[in-house]
Design a protein around this ligand. Structure first.
Ligand code: ATP
Ligand code: MG
Length: 506
């Protein structure tokens, strides 16, 4: 591709609302364009190209693992969500609307209901199972605070896969296969990541894992053990229990728990005063949809005390129970090996989930087993934030000048920069190298614009193509420069050897 032909509206302006490097550089590099400033983005040619490359890696690995791609209608009849009981529960992130006949619809924030609907109409027998079906399609979530560019958009691209099985054991086999497949995907994309135990919400169990791209800017706190493999989202992390005695100071946190159909309940949570309440754990402990702050009330009717206090506290309430509601702290001992746990930050790029029959039962997705008996299909669900991955790659790979794309995500393999297009020798060599490398199947961007050399180099640094050849003044001495974007390391290569040099590299 010739730079002069390409729509790359690079700019020096940092968008007002941008704080993260990925947000700043994706906009400044002309990869994406904000639409109306609230979590909606257009993908310009380079952004679209990278999105497609990431998409291709995800698809390739899933297809190799035996998954099948479909494409579901984005507009979803609300009746399907009524069947599953989620229409009410999902809250304000769900965009609802009516058509001209007054039928209710939603824009899919996730597609369990749609996929179960597809499968219940097509699969009837155990002989048709197992099955893993996926799509790479738009999702819409009316996020309360869309922010950080592609990291938390309202409209975003997700890979969502759903597997269907005759037994829990078979679903767990697929879950393990998906974990391995995800590791291949993130490794191919050049990401440093960690697989961690995650909160499974009200379903409970140990059936959920998140794939965290490690980055200081990540929104998630993850608890990791430096001495063993243990890692967990703080929402699900456990440590070796500490012992407390009757002299332990206890604090009480009051919250309002929200349930379906507007039902609410004031809950008091008690825990050692040196320990913080983990709100997601607390929410699960009372099976609520959400917890919101509530001013202190003296009358305690419902009390949930942290399991650390069992046998120690003397609190009294009409309804009292114990549950793990405390946040693991840095320095706590690892439950597996005793190591000193520490915190790190991560970007949630993927989530795999052992669902069971939570959707197949209410939606009646049954199969006939070998004895002709109808049984609900056992399901798994597996998501990847495909557009979020673009942001995650840049959070992990950038410097103060711009992007440094990884090999499999890069918009081009190589950029050839002609410093001065008035110099016929430079132009001739640039054009020749461009043709030769294209012939070899290397994806090349030729910067043959009339601009100053300084401006071209700034754009090179901003766009982050992994390698460049700079044809400049020292061509007169028979030398060009080969640059690696990571570290901006420069190597002089003689003109006679440049074709061989590049051929060896690419
Ligand atoms: P988060 O905790 O970040 O809101 P989530 O738990 O709501 O994520 P899932 O429902 O598991 O996310 O969705 C699957 C994947 O989709 C996530 O792992 C994430 O990579 C991506 N994703 C979720 N919400 C967004 C968003 N608003 N913008 C971009 N990607 C998103
Ligand atoms: Mg979310």
């Amino acid at each position: 591709m010739r730079f002069s032909r390409l729509l790359i509206p690079t700019t020096k302006e940092t968008p007002n609302d941008a704080t993260l490097a990925s947000h700043i550089f994706l906009i400044r590099g002309g990869f994406i364009q904000s639409v109306g400033g609230s979590g909606l983005y257009n993908f310009l040619p380079l952004g679209k190209k990278i999105l497609d490359k990431v998409h291709a890696v995800v698809k390739d690995e899933l297809d190799k693992a035996g998954c099948q791609e479909v494409s579901l209608s984005f507009v979803t009849p609300a009746s399907l969500w009524e069947e599953s009981g989620r229409l009410e529960k999902y809250g304000k992130e769900l965009l609802r609307f009516k058509d001209r006949k007054n039928n209710d619809f939603i824009l899919g924030p996730t597609h369990e209901e749609m996929m179960v609907n597809l499968v219940r109409q097509t699969v009837k027998s155990y002989k048709q199972l197992p099955l893993n079906v996926y799509q790479i399609n738009l999702k819409f979530r009316d996020e309360i605070r869309p922010r950080f560019g592609l990291m938390r958009g309202r409209e975003f691209l997700m890979k969502d896969a759903y597997s269907f099985h005759t037994s829990t054991e078979d679903m767990q086999r697929e879950f393990a296969l998906m974990e391995e497949t995800y590791k291949k995907i993130f490794t191919r994309l050049g990401l440093e990541f960690r697989v961690v135990d995650a909160d499974s919400g009200a379903i409970g169990g140990s059936g959920s894992k998140e794939f965290m791209v490690l980055a200081d800017s990540g929104e998630d706190t993850i608890v990791v053990c430096p001495d063993c493999e243990y890692g967990a989202n703080i929402e699900a992390a456990v440590a070796k229990p500490k012992t407390y005695d009757v002299s332990t100071q206890v604090k009480v946190v009051t919250m309002k728990a929200l349930y379906d159909e507007g039902v609410t309940k004031v809950v008091h949570f008690a825990l050692p005063s040196s320990v913080e309440l983990q709100e997601v754990k607390a929410c699960n402990a009372v099976n609520a949809n959400e917890l919101v702050e509530h001013e202190d009330t003296d009358t305690i009717i419902t009390l949930v005390a942290d399991s650390l206090l069992e046998g120690v506290d003397s609190l009294i309430a009409e309804e009292k129970s114990y549950a793990d509601i405390s946040a693991v702290q840095e320095g706590d001992s690892c439950a597996t090996c005793g190591g000193a746990l520490r915190y790190t930050k991560g970007i949630e790029a993927g989530h795999i989930f052992q669902l069971g029959t939570q959707y197949s039962e209410p939606l009646g997705a049954n199969f006939l087993d070998e004895n002709g008996k109808a049984q609900p299909m056992v399901m798994g669900t597996y998501g990847i934030g495909v557009s979020r991955l673009l942001a995650a790659i840049i959070e992990q790979n950038h410097d103060d000048k711009g992007c440094i794309w990884t090999k499999e995500s890069a918009p081009f393999d190589l950029q050839i920069i002609i410093s001065n297009i008035k110099d016929d020798g430079q132009v001739a060599l640039g054009e020749k190298l461009y043709e030769v490398m294209l012939d070899k199947g290397v994806d090349v961007l030729l910067d043959e614009r009339k601009d100053r050399f300084g401006a071209k180099m700034k754009d090179y640094e901003l766009l982050g193509v992994p390698h460049a050849v700079v044809i400049g003044k020292n061509l007169a001495d028979g030398v060009v420069e080969f640059i690696s974007r990571n570290g901006m390391e420069k190597e002089e290569v003689s003109v006679d050897e440049i074709v061989d040099f590049l051929s060896e590299r690419f």
